[in-house]
Design a protein around this ligand. Structure first.
Ligand SMILES: [Ca+2]
Ligand SMILES: [Ca+2]
Length: 129
């Protein structure tokens, strides 16, 4: 288990890779939610963590599962276009099934990518605001 303190918030990084809904359920079981890095500094923390742990695919609490092309955080808040950072060419809704977001290749470019929700990735839960 890896834990990080960011202000009063505690972040938990999973030790295993699972599909998005399993990651979401595990965070809830921990009394937490999937990490929602809504600001650029928080997003940069996320990219930093993924890079340090050398984990290319890491889920965060961001999807367009409800309405295709409309990305919202797990708490229902829409993304802010000026603070979000997508990887080059993303989101692309690849094969029409990319709905769940995680980090893309942390070496080439720190940015988010939409993936097939059933693919397995590590994930980060946040406890606190
Ligand atoms: Ca999509
Ligand atoms: Ca994609």
């Amino acid at each position: 288990m890896h834990s990080y303190n960011e202000g009063v918030e505690c972040l938990y990084h999973s030790t295993g890779a699972v599909p998005y809904l399993d990651a979401r359920a595990d965070c809830i079981a921990r009394g937490a939610v999937l990490f929602m890095p809504k600001t650029r500094p928080r997003l940069d923390v996320f990219f930093y963590i993924a890079g340090v742990l050398k984990r290319q695919y890491t889920w965060i609490g961001l999807t367009d599962r409800a309405v295709e092309g409309t990305f919202v955080w797990e708490d229902g808040e829409p993304i802010n276009g000026s603070t979000i950072k997508w990887a080059v060419g993303q989101p692309d809704n690849n094969l029409g099934i990319d709905d769940c977001c995680g980090t893309d290749d942390y070496v080439k470019y720190a940015g988010l990518n939409d993936y097939d929700c059933t693919s397995s990735a590590f994930y980060i839960c946040q406890l606190g605001p």
